[in-house]
Design a protein around this ligand. Structure first.
Ligand code: AGP
Length: 608
């Protein structure tokens, strides 16, 4: 997720752009840059690091005079955060400049074609391909060049574009990434999000998929990808600035929960090419995957919980033994790592000290490490031998949600990829499961829209002292994450138990009215889990069940049931966790806790 701002009008563009980018730094802060037309040519300045560096290098924008410009704060997805990978990107003659938020899924194929036509590239980004592709199609008509590019590009984007031969126009277009256009008496604006231009105008247009906006100081026109002009309705924004930064949501955590459909889509789709799963960054051949004898997954907190899910998935689909460790244990227990072992570390921040130490421990023993990481260029990303990124964008809330969901997708794809290489699953079975994966974003969206029911149920447990989560197999992994979500943001004591463990001591904790959430999505274990529900119910528990649509028999044992849509049994975590995230969230705000910044916690634990 990156931040885009643009302006064309009677005022100096650079100051407006810098101010707007500052409001969008939460969307990305690896680097920043601006392109401003000074009346003669397009001047481009970039700076690695926070926006402050760009502000200083341009003396608050004063060194970049001009009335038309575009700016960008970067959250790296392709290419580490360095100067050459920063936006804006431009063609060789610097007569076309572009800023981009999103992921171009077919950028490598387009890059190869452009290199074959003599284009030279300087960066590792997908965005630079757009600058050269615009150059390739530009014959004097910007709209024509833009629409031709749109017909070639696959993936998600919001572009801001300057053409030096059209100094009194600014162009923008989006597909899959947000883009708004605004207007006031001085000129016209583009931005990734409302906060960037709220200081200048509350009159905005929300650009829809593949609509091209052509902005002048005194006019804004919209066109379809087929160059047909369309009329759009101007909307008045009445959010205050604080609400606007959260996209109108009350908390970043809620905003990020609602970003999960897109996070899943962005992590999944670039790695599905027809019937194949393509994970170029894996750095392993099919033969390498056939040589794997054991997989060690190492992580902390929620990342560890996705690792526990990964154990069930990889053992189930690829038939390789998997050992999962909490990183703070792995680094000190002198683990037995044998030839043919593969180590995977999972981390949203890529800076968790224990996980980084575990990575170094494995590498010191001569083992290659695969990192599943969200932050490009982070310590774990840099030190891992190979990195599979979860393109979830910046996660602000301390309690992870969208990055957790993206980590699950990465593990599903990895398990299927290894399974196919080892000939465990047939292509037909894998293709069917890939269709299940493609349905997840919409299914998550549907569950998120069920929030009112969850909120009412959560309000009943604001005063709870203990809440337990139980499950078997993947449902146990889901219970671990659900329990942590509740604990870390509501401060209510909670535990997750393998449901079969209850009778070995835990059940003594159950009292009249104790809430026990039973996760039951594994069909082969339905009856076992129902038995456990009956056990706790007979001791006074109130049982919440989270189960698959159609498993109505569970209503005999449960007091309250939340159904999730049908999906492959290996993917149910992606769905069952949604109502349980919402449950934790609404209990927390019902208690008046600081949802985004819970007491005692940091977003990234960079110390032991
Ligand atoms: C999860 O909600 C917590 N914020 C925490 O458990 C987190 O998952 C853990 O600290 C690991 O962080 P990482 O993914 O950045 O390594």
């Amino acid at each position: 997720m990156c931040g885009i701002v643009g302006y064309i009008g009677t005022e100096q563009a650079s100051g407006i752009i810098l101010n707007g980018l500052e409001k969008l730094e939460y969307r990305g802060y690896d680097s920043a840059g601006m392109a401003v037309f000074d009346g003669n040519k397009i001047n481009i300045t970039k700076a690695v690091g926070r926006l402050k560096a760009l502000d200083e290098i341009t003396h608050g924008g004063e060194s970049m005079p001009g009335n038309a410009g575009i700016g960008h704060t970067r959250w790296a997805t392709h290419g580490v955060p360095n100067h050459v990978n920063s936006h804006p990107h431009y063609n060789e003659q610097e007569t076309i400049a572009v800023v981009h938020n999103g992921i171009i899924e077919n950028y490598l194929a387009l890059k190869d074609k452009l290199i074959g036509k003599g284009y030279a590239f300087v960066s590792d980004t997908d965005t630079e391909v757009i600058a050269h592709l615009l150059d390739y199609y530009y014959k004097g008509n910007p709209l024509e060049a833009i629409t031709k590019v749109l017909h070639r590009v696959e993936g998600s984007y919001a572009f801001g574009i300057l053409f030096a031969e059209y100094p009194d126009e600014l162009f923008a277009v989006r597909k899959g990434s947000p883009l708004i256009v605004g207007k006031n008496e001085t000129g016209s604006f583009i931005a990734s999000d409302v906060p960037a231009i709220l200081k200048y105008t509350r009159s905005v247009y929300f650009v829809d998929e593949q609509e091209v906006a052509c902005l002048k100081a005194d006019s804004i026109r919209f066109f379809t990808v087929d160059e047909e002009e369309i009329k759009k309705e101007c909307v008045h924004i009445d959010w205050d600035e604080n609400a606007a930064e959260k996209g109108g949501y009350e908390h970043f955590m809620l905003k990020e929960m609602y970003e999960q459909p897109k996070t899943v889509q962005d992590t999944l789709m670039p790695r599905i090419k027809g019937e194949d799963i393509v994970i170029e960054e894996l750095g392993m051949s099919d033969e390498d995957m056939r040589q794997i004898r054991k997989i060690h997954i190492v992580a902390c907190g929620s990342a560890y919980h996705t690792g526990v899910t990964g154990k069930y998935i990889i053992e189930g689909l690829a038939r390789i033994p998997v050992e999962v460790d909490v990183a703070s244990e792995f680094r000190y227990r002198n683990p037995v790592l044998e030839e043919g072992g593969m180590v995977i570390v999972i981390s949203q921040s890529g800076e968790t000290a224990d996980t980084l130490a575990a990575l170094r421990e494995a590498k010191e023993r001569g083992f290659k490490v695969l990192g599943i990481v969200n932050v490009v260029g982070s310590s774990i990303a840099r030190e891992a031998d190979n990195v599979m990124y979860t393109w979830a964008g910046p996660e602000i809330a301390v309690a992870t949600t969208k990055a957790y969901s993206a980590q699950l997708i990465a593990l599903y794809l990895l398990a299927l990829k290894i399974s196919k290489a080892r000939g465990v699953l047939a292509q037909e079975e894998i293709s069917c499961m890939m269709e299940d994966l493609k349905r997840l974003p919409d299914q998550i969206e549907m569950l998120l829209n069920n929030k009112t029911k969850i909120q009412h149920f959560a309000n009943r447990y604001i005063g709870a002292k203990d809440i337990f989560f139980i499950g078997r197999g993947i449902d146990y992994a889901i219970s671990l994450e659900a329990s942590l979500k509740l604990k870390e943001i509501s401060y209510i004591h909670s535990e997750a138990y393998a449901a079969g463990e209850l009778k070995h001591g835990t059940i003594s904790l159950i009292e009249e009215g104790t809430l026990v959430a039973a996760v039951s999505t594994q069909k082969s274990l339905y009856q076992k889990t129902i038995s456990n529900m009956v056990e706790v119910k007979s001791r006074g528990a109130f049982v919440l069940a989270v189960t698959n649509e159609g498993n109505t028999e569970i209503e005999k044992a449960a007091d309250y049931v939340i159904y999730i849509p049908e999906t492959n049994q290996y993917f149910t975590n992606s769905l069952a966790i949604i109502p349980l995230q919402l449950f934790a969230y609404y209990v927390s705000i019902g208690k008046g806790c600081d949802v985004d910044k819970p007491r005692n916690l940091a977003k990234s634990v960079t110390v032991e």
